[in-house]
Design a protein around this ligand. Sequence first.
Ligand code: OAD
Length: 247
Amino acid sequence: MTGHPTDSTGPREQAREWLQAARRPLVLTGAGVSAESGVPTFRGPDGMWRGHRPEELATPDAFSRDPEMVWEFYRWRRSVLRGCAPNPAHVALARYESSHPDLLLVTQNVDGLHRLAGSTRIQEIHGRLMIDRCSACGLESDASPRDEADRRIPMCGSCGAICRPGVVWFGEPVPLIGSAFEAAGSADLVLVVGTSGVVEPAASVARVARSAGAEVIEVNPEATPLSALSDLSLRGKAAELLPELLS
Ligand code: OAD
């Protein structure tokens, strides 16, 4: 894959060609890919919860100070997610995997919608919203809708300590980032969809791939810090653009 769009090839057509020809594509997704499923983005107008920014609640400090409030925030996020289903962007990415078996989908999303749509080659680097993880022994279990109604903090079935949501919080290490960087280093194309590109180390997945020579395509209605390193920046909604680009 070489070259940049010319007058005869529009950016969308060029993106389609690169995506079809890619042998080791890497897709990096963020909250914008789930926006049209009804999942609020973090930095959009619906991202605040009772006047708090997620960065204030999604931290180990907030959890040790006020686990009730942190759990209330996550119960809210879970109850919103229970009403959401994958949208055409998730479905298009799952189909793309069947024609590109060496694809890796690195997602910052904790909503599980990529898996629900059928993606299997996926790294959920920020964890999973619908998992409870014991804060002491680390045992993980599926969250049940009952927990949201019941409003008590879930307790570990094994050691009895309080559980936390199975997500990565600000200030915590991202366990899967090493293998995501490794895949980025050998990718020939990166498709960056629906991320503001301001949270590290996730945003650097695109940077690592770019430095190693991959072409970068961005899909986002707005410019982001990753636009400058993208070969093609396509402005639009994921659920509208991805089915067209990946068909
Ligand atoms: P953000 O909320 O920061 O950014 C969402 C991005 O999606 C923005 O750039 C929007 O312009 C774009 N967007 C909105 N609607 C879209 C649509 N229909 N189609 C495509 N793009 C759209 O979300 P993330 O970048 O995912 O971390 O945030 C990164 C991390 O910060 C999250 O994983 C989370 C958060 O705090 C943790 O929880 C650790």
